[in-house]
Ligand binder design. Structure first.
Ligand code: ADP
Length: 227
């Protein structure tokens, strides 16, 4: 029987919209997902052992060490449901992580069959990250841009608080973009020979980007992403 489960890694520089696209894809496909950045920020906020270990690194825009990340993913993969695919947002980020992931997935008999590469110019990434704010308040948190007046007013009207991620400060943004270029971009060459890389332009609206991703996997399907 053919294995139709999607086993996907989502790549892209900071600001490319990986988490936003993960949310779309989770609604569209029968998959579970893990965002390593989100998970680390939650651990950090909760003050867990892992969180305390990584808090300063996150604030500086540096990567968490491979050993810690690989152990974390191994644990997550142990609970992978058999009847669903998966999407990794933010892992692997280095060649050693990619090699370890290959080994773990090989053991599970569930190798990666897609790598989505979101492409964004440095200037667009700096604009997005520099203006990114998270609206915390009643209801689910919302990510907005500080120049989007309507979104800002909506947030304030519902008693929300606009918060900037500590790694969205200008010097940290530059650091994260540099780290991405040095550590994560080379991964594309690692996966290219397998013909599983789908490169997608990440500028434009969230819906447009989602549509481009879906087209890469469902060439004959309707191209309207489910809301
Ligand atoms: P970004 O928008 O920078 O891609 P993420 O939310 O994916 O943000 O990650 C935030 C931070 O979490 C990274 O800058 C890094 O410090 C840490 N991190 C996330 N995933 C990994 C990983 N696979 N390896 C090492 N560090 C990671």
């Amino acid at each position: 029987m053919p294995d139709n489960r999607m086993h996907i890694a989502l790549f892209g520089p900071p600001g490319a919209g990986k988490s936003t696209q993960s949310k779309f894809l989770l609604r569209r496909w029968p998959i579970v997902s893990l965002s390593t950045g989100k998970m680390l920020r939650e651990e950090s906020a909760a003050g867990s052992e892992l969180g305390l270990k990584v808090r300063d690194l996150l604030g500086r825009g540096e990567l968490v060490d491979d050993e810690t990340m690989i152990a974390t993913i191994r644990k997550w993969l142990e609970n992978l449901p058999a009847d669903k695919g998966f999407l990794l947002d933010g892992f692997p980020r280095t060649i050693p992580q990619a090699i370890a992931l290959d080994e773990m997935l090989e053991e599970l008999g569930r190798p990666l069959n897609g790598v989505v590469n979101l492409k964004l110019s440095v200037s667009e990434a700096v604009y997005r990250l520099g203006g990114r704010r998270i609206c915390y308040g009643v209801g689910p948190e919302e990510i907005i841009h500080i120049n989007d007046e309507d979104a800002v007013n909506r947030c304030l009207a519902r008693g929300g608080l606009l918060v900037q991620r500590s790694d969205d400060l200008p010097n940290v943004i530059v650091k994260r973009l540099n780290v991405h270029e040095a550590e994560t971009e080379p991964l594309l060459n690692y996966y290219r020979p397998r013909n599983i890389v789908h490169s997608v332009e990440a500028s434009g609206s969230q819906e447009e980007v989602a549509q481009r991703i879906v087209e890469g996997f469902e060439p004959k399907a309707s191209h309207t992403p489910k809301q």
